[in-house]
Design a protein around this ligand. Structure first.
Ligand SMILES: [Zn+2]
Ligand SMILES: [Zn+2]
Length: 344
């Protein structure tokens, strides 16, 4: 495949310091190391975690950093140790970018908890760019039925939604608090599995409630109200700690509340009585490669349909602002518009 930029530069949206906007830059296109792929990016979805990185709510990002960890693109070069992918193949790059392989978590099937892990768009430059590098061992083939921009949100919204759903076991009545990108994918899996969905949104967010209804919710309402029947499980995707006691109140004895985000505002104190009777409160952290393999097999079977809005790469700040303000329906996806970058 021809490399378009003769001078070896690429466009990227770069975060210099938390709290600032991402800035369009022309920077050298990276070269793959022995286990890496060089990817020409076709689409990169925008995740709430990107907002937490940009807003400085996650500690110690690599700086400057190119955010973005829901990347779909094509392999244009690979290192000498790569065996699994060939040039021209379409692949997806998720949040989990590298793990150590020898800690107790890696050895015990919980690589998502590896203390040495590196994450895409946080400690490794990510997908708000025309090209990126990825360790081939953490990349996945994308099912053919999806276009590039439809597939991108599967790689975090989909994967984290799937891992959160797995934690609810076979709960028949599931509440979801915060109806954005992850929720709209989880809703379709719940529907496919014959489970009943109760969707909670910000108060008076009728657009989100209508969207949830279209995605198969049996009931929609605002997050400060109780559902019409007891829930067996609840997943909280909104980064709002006050939802934890609300969800604990909504679930039945023996039920589970799953916190699906990487960051949440402080959880207010609550009476022990709402946790009593073997209710469980857990978080979901990151993903394993097994989650990705399972989920990408399941997605075309459901089949999961992705609702998204696309933005040119140069409008990454607009997409982030829309996400922060809850003004997106489904997922935002950035599309690099390739133009020759010439600084000299
Ligand atoms: Zn490890
Ligand atoms: Zn994410």
């Amino acid at each position: 495949m021809a490399v378009r930029n003769q001078n070896g530069l690429m466009q990227a949206m770069v975060l210099d310091a938390p709290g600032e906007k991402v800035q369009m830059r022309a920077i050298p296109r990276p070269r793959p190391g022995p286990s890496q792929l060089l990817i020409e990016i076709a689409a990169c979805a925008v995740c709430r975690t990107d907002l937490h990185v940009v807003d400085g709510e996650l500690p110690h990002p690599k700086l400057p950093i190119i955010p973005g960890h829901e990347i779909v693109g094509r392999v244009i070069a690979s290192g000498e140790n790569v065996r699994d992918f060939v040039v021209g193949e379409r692949i997806g790059i998720p949040w989990l970018g590298w793990t150590c392989g020898h800690c107790r978590y890696c050895l015990g099937g919980q690589e998502n908890l590896c203390p040495n892990a590196k994450f895409t768009g946080y400690q490794i430059d990510g997908g708000y760019a025309e090209y990126t590098l990825a360790d081939a061992r953490y990349c996945f083939r994308i099912p053919d039925r999806y276009s590039d921009s439809e597939a991108a949100p599967l790689l975090c919204a989909g994967l984290i939604g799937y891992r959160a759903l797995k934690m609810t076991g076979n709960a028949a009545r599931v509440g979801i608090y915060g109806f954005g990108a992850a929720a709209h994918i989880a809703a379709q899996i719940l529907h496919y599995q014959g489970r009943k969905l109760f969707a909670f949104t910000r108060r008076d967010d009728l657009a989100a409630q209508e969207f949830a209804g279209k995605m198969g919710a049996a009931w929609t309402g605002s997050s400060d109200t109780m559902p019409p029947e007891e829930l067996d499980a609840a997943i909280i995707f909104a980064p709002v700690g006050a939802l934890v006691p609300a969800a604990l109140r909504a679930i039945c004895p023996g039920g589970i509340v799953v916190c699906g985000g990487i960051h949440m505002s402080d959880i207010p104190a609550f009476p022990y009585d709402i946790l009593w009777r073997e209710k469980r409160l857990v978080s979901v952290a990151n993903l394993t490669r097994q989650d990705a393999e399972e989920f990408l097999r399941l997605a075309p079977q459901v089949p999961i349909r992705v609702t998204m809005e696309s933005f040119p790469l140069s409008e990454a700040n607009t997409a982030l602002t829309r996400l922060r303000e809850g003004k997106l329906t489904g997922a935002a996806v950035l599309i690099p518009k390739r133009v020759d970058v010439s600084l000299s």
